[in-house]
Design a binder for this molecule. Structure first.
Ligand code: AOF
Ligand code: ZN
Length: 376
């Protein structure tokens, strides 16, 4: 017996939308200021719903998902259902409106997940479709789709990058040892998850203390996905990062930005600039980089998803400024002890700040994983 025989229309819509949402993750971190959106075109063939076209927002943000899915479906789009993870666009931007393309292709039904807050769209996409006589169902698995689109939604609504705080901690709530170099806390499977998070981000950020202590590369090292390493940002007001550090040495291959004071003398920057390092000039508050300004500046530069990887000082600063949207904690079954150099985690599953909700819990090998999102 095939599952679809007993499947209601709602169940079928959820099944294909779930598939579209999974597919929409594919270009996270690769579409610039555009969201990574997916479209599936589903047609009846021999009494069964069959995917006849699929598309995901192309690298750099264009073409949009719908036009690619329609192209693949060709004539099979006539009378078919389109599953879209974001309301189809209604504006003449760099490409013609996707709503128009769906109408022209003869799509009979559109099932949408999230609404598009872009003021050029915001309801107009669905309205255009309805006016053309297309049946529209919106809001199907909207919450799941919004999790994938979260960077785009936060950037649109708050005019700043989305901030995800990721920390690996020991069972006794420590994240490393100060002055002892990198300590491997979590296992191999968790590390691969972290590298996937890097691939899906637009930029990774750490503080100068961690950069000096760990000398990290902050690249994505998943086999075949090395080209997905996002830009790296170090909060380094006084240019303390050594020129022979792993980060500076690789700046020509993977972009590296240092946040510096606006009045930082050009002469101080020269050797870094020669190594390919770029600068973000941001004012300071109480001797620290003004983070609210930084996340706005990053959004203006086109960065949508920012992954903050520590250390404790930097993580606390983002938390204290109320700038963290998502907290991802990997907890390993090891103990780092009470020695003076053990760095206490700024947040643990037992001390999640108010306003965050647990949305995922996984087990990666020996390690536990907890993911929380901010409720507002
Ligand atoms: C869609 N399908 O796959 C995506 C959409 O600069 P433009 O002209 O490419 O427009 C960018 C806007 O298009 C973006 O703000 C969002 O509203 C929408 N993104 N829309 O129909 C897609 N990526
Ligand atoms: Zn579009």
């Amino acid at each position: 017996m095939t599952a679809s025989l007993a499947e209601s229309r709602e169940q079928r819509d959820c099944r294909f939308m779930a598939a579209a949402i999974r597919y929409s993750r594919r270009h996270l971190g690769l579409t610039g200021t555009n969201p990574s959106v997916a479209t599936l075109i589903v047609a009846e063939q021999g009494g069964q719903p069959v995917i006849v076209g699929r598309g995901v927002t192309a690298l750099g943000g264009r073409p949009h998902a719908e036009t690619q899915a329609l192209e693949e479906a060709g004539e099979k789009a006539r009378g078919a259902t389109a599953y879209v993870t974001l309301e189809p666009c209604a504006h003449h931007g760099k490409t013609p409106p996707c709503a128009e393309a769906l109408i022209r292709a003869g799509i009979a039904r559109v099932v949408g997940a999230a609404d598009d807050p872009d003021p050029r769209v915001a309801g107009r996409g669905y309205a255009m479709l309805r006016e053309a006589g297309i049946e529209v169902v919106s809001g199907v698995l909207a919450e799941e789709a919004r999790q994938v689109l979260s960077g785009y939604l936060i950037r649109s609504e708050k005019k700043r990058t989305e901030v995800t705080l990721k920390l690996a901690l020991s069972a006794d709530g420590k994240i490393g040892r100060q002055g002892r170099g990198q300590v491997q806390i979590t296992g191999e499977i968790a590390s691969r998850q972290v590298h996937m998070m890097r691939a899906e981000a637009d930029a990774i950020l750490i503080g100068i203390r961690t950069a000096l202590n760990d000398d990290p590369a902050l690249t994505c090292r998943l086999p075949g996905l090395e080209h997905r390493s996002p830009a790296r940002i170090v909060l380094d007001r006084h240019l303390r990062l050594p020129l022979n550090s792993t980060l500076v040495s690789s700046a020509r291959r993977v972009p590296l930005y240092l946040t510096i004071a606006s009045d930082c003398p050009v002469a101080r920057r020269e050797a870094y600039a020669e190594a390919g390092v770029q600068f973000i000039a941001i004012d300071s508050v109480d001797n620290d980089v003004a983070l609210p300004e930084l996340v706005e500046d990053l959004a203006a530069k086109g960065f949508t998803k920012l992954l903050v990887e520590g250390g404790a000082y930097t993580a606390s600063a983002f938390l204290n400024d109320g700038l963290v949207d998502r907290i991802c904690l990997f907890v390993a079954p090891i103990r780092l002890g009470e020695g003076e150099e053990a760095v206490v985690a700024p947040v643990t599953p037992e001390s999640i700040p108010q306003g965050f909700r647990l949305i995922r819990r996984e087990r990666y090998g020996e390690d536990d994983y907890f993911e929380y999102v901010r409720e507002d």
